[in-house]
Structures are given as C-alpha cells and as structure tokens.
Write a protein that binds this ligand. Structure first.
Ligand code: 8YV
Length: 320
C-alpha cells in the first residue's frame, strides 16, 4: 500500500509525477487552507502533509490533526509559518527544505540589488510608455553597484551565496549575525555582532535573516536612519523583518536611493503604496521560483516524507 499524502499547493510537473507514482495522494488545483487540509487528512487517513511556506501550521491546526499524520514536510527553507513547540509537543515530525534554493534565492537578491541601483523599475516604466524623449546626461541616473560596500544581515547559506556574487562585483562585504563565521565561510567579509553597528557603513543592505518574532521589524525608522543617505535596501527574506511605514518614509524622503523587495508583511495583498514609489523594484515572493529550484524543493520534501514513513531519520528534521 502506498503512503497517503495531502499536497496543499500546486507543485511542478516532475514533483506531481513522483507524487502520483509513489503516493496515494490528494492534490489540489489551487491551494488548501487549514480546514480543507484537516478534512482531507481525516477522510484520506493521511500519513503525511506536504506544505509550503504559505501554510499556517499553527497550534490549533496541529491539535486538530488526526493521529495517523506523522510528518509535515514544508518545501520551503523558512518555517516561521510553523508552530515548532506545538509540533514537538504533539510528536509531529516537521522537516524543511534547505540548500536546494540557496543559489536561486541569492540570484534574485542580486537581481533586486542591481535593479534598485540602476532604477530598472523606472526605466521599464519609461519604455512601456514609449520613451520618446531623449534625456540629458544628468537625468535618471542610477548609482553604481560594482565596487560598493554591501551589508548582509544573516550570513547563513543564502547570505553567503549573496556574498559570493558580491565578490564578483568587487564589493566590500560586511555581515551581521549571531556569531562570527570561521574564515573559510566568511571569505574576508567583516563581522558585526550588532547589525546596527554595521548599518552606517553600508551602501547596499540586504536581509537574509529568518522571519518570526525575534527579528520582527528589525528595520524600522530608527535603523533605516542608521543607513547612510543614498543607501539601497533589499529584502528577499521575510516581510516581517521590515516596518513598511518606515521603509516608505525612508524612500519618500530620499534617505534611501531605492529598494528591491521580494517579500512583504502581507502577501499577496501587499501594501500598494510600495508600488507607487518610483525607485522601488518589486517581485512577488519568487526568489525560489525557477523550474529547477521549485522542482528540487518539492523533491526534497518528498524525500523527507518517504524516509520518515519508511522508518528512517528525516534528512532535514527541524529538531532531533
Ligand atoms: C517559497 C520561501 O517561495 O523557502 C522559503 O522560505 O520563502 C520560498 O522559497 C515560499 O515558501 C513558497 O510559499
């Protein structure tokens, strides 16, 4: 008998194919909410749940899960959507999907950096409107990205992959994290124990810290003010890290030259004031959104599920 699985979100074709071959699964054409997932978990006598970062696995949902559900695997690296303490207490195994999305997330963070430095949102809008007017040599100028000082908040796998790209652009790399990295990982980047001390030195700041209460609104009116005037701000981590009112003020006042954002406090119904700011380049939470990476994320979640249901240790347990 195949293991029984609930898949709460649409998945890439190769992932779906494996699900249909290896599992007895309920799949969705759109996205399942908590109630629908619980109801399918009961009626299908599910052994496992396949989730993404968008599924809120909170304490109430965990408490309502039938006993036969043994593992919840998210295909995301972030797990701020999951109540880890409640899952632990219930004896539910929870896994995430690190590593497979590191490069694509770093690629997109760099896309945001370059687009914000070079005013890509404005240039694109000009072209969409037909251009038609030659600009003076002093008009619509961006800021140079190469050779600048980049500050990275959160020097985990993704932060380090961004640093690697930055070195190719001759940037000076600074980072802030809870602990200093060994030299083979920091590769010459300068460490700051308190990110606030790093901010005044950053031409460009990029966030790669986890979501959740500990870092909520770490970028706020006070911390944006610590960046030098004309800095560029990028976030491809979690929207909760930013006080968006403060960000909007910092862009409107000209304190920030521009920003690049892939994540928002509310998704998908993001604060539309952000789209009306001229030099803010926006993407809809798609840092991991390539065929290769979304496929690898799904496969990693399925690997975790298959192992646990076969009585083996998960590859990516959130705790052991
Ligand atoms: C996903 C992410 O796009 O892995 C993460 O933590 O934020 C992204 O890879 C997202 O979880 C999908 O909803």
């Amino acid at each position: 008998m195949k293991p029984r699985l609930i898949v709460t979100r649409r998945v890439p074709a190769a992932v779906l194919q494996r699900i249909q071959t290896d599992f007895d699964a309920v799949v969705t054409e759109t996205e399942m909410g908590q109630e629908e997932t619980l109801s399918f978990a009961r009626s299908h006598r599910a052994d496992a749940l396949f989730l993404s970062g968008r599924f809120k696995l909170d304490a109430a949902t965990i408490a309502a899960l039938p006993d036969h559900v043994r593992i919840a695997a998210t295909c995301a690296v972030g797990f701020d959507n999951i109540d880890v303490a409640a899952a632990k207490a219930r004896g539910l195994i929870v896994t995430n999907a690190p590593e497979v999305l590191t490069d694509c997330t770093a690629d997109l963070a760099f896309t945001l950096i370059l687009n914000a430095c070079r005013r890509a949102a404005e240039y694109n809008a000009i072209m969409q409107q037909g251009w038609r007017r030659q600009f003076g040599l002093d008009e619509y100028l961006g800021v140079r990205a190469s050779g600048k000082t980049l500050g990275i908040v959160g020097m985990g796998r993704i932060g380090r992959a961004v640093a690697k790209r930055a070195r190719g652009f001759d940037m000076t790399v600074l980072y802030a994290d809870v602990a200093e990295l060994p030299p083979d990982l920091s590769q010459g980047a300068k460490f700051f124990a308190d990110f606030r001390d790093m901010l005044p030195h950053c031409d460009i700041l990029t966030l790669h810290a986890p979501g959740g209460p500990a870092c909520d609104r770490m970028m706020n009116a006070e911390t944006f003010a610590l960046l030098p005037k004309g800095a560029v701000f990028v976030n491809a981590a979690r929207g909760g890290l930013v006080d968006e009112d403060a960000l909007i003020d910092a862009v409107r006042s000209g304190h920030l030259f521009g920003a690049g954002l892939d994540v928002f406090r509310k998704e998908p119904d993001f604060d539309e004031r952000l789209k009306d700011l001229p030099n803010v380049f926006l993407t809809p939470h798609m840092a991991s959104g390539t065929i290769e990476t979304r496929t690898a994320m799904g496969m990693r979640a399925l690997d975790n599920i298959a192992r646990v249901l076969a009585g083996q240790q998960a590859i990516d347990p959130l705790w052991v």
